[in-house]
Ligand binder design. Structure first.
Ligand SMILES: [Zn+2]
Length: 336
């Protein structure tokens, strides 16, 4: 897979591509949130570093080195990742898998490449790596990935060329979803893409579970019924829904906020494209007209959600936060 086949991250790919055709440094740091594609890009860069004919678009895909990488058996490439369920990579593993290996010459390629998940390196592990990072053997290239670079020692940061992976656009995330799961409905892919804030890995995880779609339907119906709903129902049945979904309350708030954003768009221009299907959108337009909802009122609803999110973050009483929020939203949605 050449760089061009990876979705997005054009700036990072360009910088890595230039390194491939020139004299690459000895240590790179790919920085970006979890799920953004650091390891995928890191592996592709490693493949380019071990390829006989790399271009600015990455590995050639057809030389022996590329075949070994594709098969996952390249003797000059090693990964040190955080084992599932562990908090940190063991220092003993840093020593045995990296430090005692770097001195051995490469077998097929001109160099050896190590991909290291630096989020898994506690201070002790970083210190163990530091000396080799400061004076690496000529034939060695390190690719470190990290989501929180503030956890890295300044000396590690100063020894690596830092390359930042930025959030993908909604269209890029949608493309990634449909590439992996071609059967996904386009409006669902759009919803996953928007909710993921540009993080492809997160969006792909969302596709594997049903909660987002189910809760999206649930909160949309709740918001559309809000003007009609009674206080009693709000504080009993509707509250129960929030109580059951307690563990991802803030995700629910984000979804609600997305529904209100959709409403604001519909309130301004009823012919606009909507994340909801046509049927839901028509219903939305009816509710907006019937209850004289305008952008200002809808904006107030979003502010109520923000207040609830802040109170939740500050560990306020859950029942109180939810009930206050529901009553405030109801008040905002009453005609007049
Ligand atoms: Zn190649």
């Amino acid at each position: 897979m050449a760089f061009s086949e990876l979705i997005g991250q054009n700036e990072a790919k360009k910088r890595l591509g230039v390194s491939l055709t020139g004299e690459p440094g000895h240590a790179f740091l790919l920085v970006g949130p979890s799920g953004i594609g650091k390891k995928t890009l890191g592996r592709e860069f490693a493949k380019g570093l071990l390829c006989s004919h790399p271009t600015e678009n990455g590995a050639c895909g057809s030389c022996p080195g590329c075949h070994y990488m594709q098969a996952g058996t390249h003797p000059d490439y090693k990964e040190l990742l955080l084992p599932q369920g562990e908090k940190n990579i063991k220092v003993a593993d840093v020593r045995s898998k990296i430090l005692s290996d770097v001195g051995i010459m490469s077998q097929i390629a001109e160099r050896k490449v190590y991909l290291i998940d630096a989020d898994g390196l506690a201070e002790e592990g970083q210190n163990a790596l530091l000396k080799t990072l400061e004076e690496p053997p000529k034939h060695v290239v390190f690719i470190l990935t990290v989501s929180d670079e503030s956890k890295l020692l300044p000396t590690i940061l100063s020894r690596t060329v830092s390359i930042r992976l930025l959030p993908n656009t909604e269209e890029e995330v949608k493309e990634a979803i449909l590439r992996r799961n071609p059967d996904t409905l386009p409006e669902e892919a759009q919803l996953f893409a928007r909710f993921s804030n540009g993080v492809i890995g997160y969006a792909l995880n969302l596709c594997e579970s049903n909660w987002l779609i189910n809760d999206w339907e649930e909160v949309t119906d709740l918001i559309l019924r809000m003007p009609e709903i009674s206080r009693t129902e709000l504080l009993t049945e509707v509250y129960s829904f929030f109580d059951e979904e307690k563990d991802h309350f803030r995700d629910i708030l984000s979804l609600m906020s997305m529904v209100y954003d959709e409403m604001a768009i519909c309130a301004t221009d009823s012919s606009s494209v909507c994340l909801h299907g046509e049927e839901k959108k028509d219903k939305m337009v009816t509710v907006i007209r019937k209850n004289h909802l305008d952008v200002q009122k809808i904006g107030k609803c979003n502010a109520i959600l923000t207040t609830a999110a802040k109170a939740h973050k500050a560990n306020g009483n859950f029942e109180m936060i939810v009930c206050r929020m529901l009553l405030a939203l109801k008040k905002e949605n009453i005609n007049g």
